[in-house]
Ligand binder design. Sequence first.
Ligand code: ZN
Length: 243
Amino acid sequence: MRILIISDIHANLTAFQTILDHAKGQWDYVWCLGDVVGYGPDPNECVELLQTMPHLCLAGNHDWAALGRLDIRTFNPDARRAVEWTMETLKPENIAFLEALPVTFVIGEYTLVHASPREPVWEYILEPLVAALNFPHFETPYCFVGHTHQPVIYELISDNGDTRAREPRYGEPHALNGQRQIINPGSIGQPRDQNPNAAYGMLDTESGIFEHRRIPYDIPDVQKRMRAAGLPERLATRLEHGW
Ligand code: ZN
């Protein structure tokens, strides 16, 4: 089966539609690693578009924030404002969709979480040491995570836990060869690796081939809607810088 792997859409419909066009006809099923909403201007549209496709979706911290499950006093003021706007804007049926999302899902050789296997909603895996500490917390060979908005592959390279990070090579096949790996496809709607292009992944479960992909989208289009909605300016400008 060919799986479109997406994460951290963050209510950015323009980026979401762009990657769907880019991947058109190439997948059978969608795995979404959470944070469908938060930051961006299109929370209802993104939840509704996702539901038109055969999919599995995990809960992210921003999805939980929009449900009022988190104490958002720890968020920075811009993120907090965006959460409040998202709460006011989401339709009841889309809130119900977010409420039903699981925090982990195991399917075949793959574990899916938003953040990390040991802290599925919260932990940022930003370095090999943190990835190494997470390998004992899932049982399948491979785990897909989002949350950091940075595409990467962490590979376990020895029995004593040594782990190395591999930079994504866009459009090139990466073989899942039995070596344990934690893979982040990157973020669709708010990349944070100094590259503003939308990121996603494609997995063929039969051949065991994964591919990171990157595609530019119409950033001014989404910024216009953010400004019209009164979302913080800093959240609009960061999109063009990829941070
Ligand atoms: Zn996120």
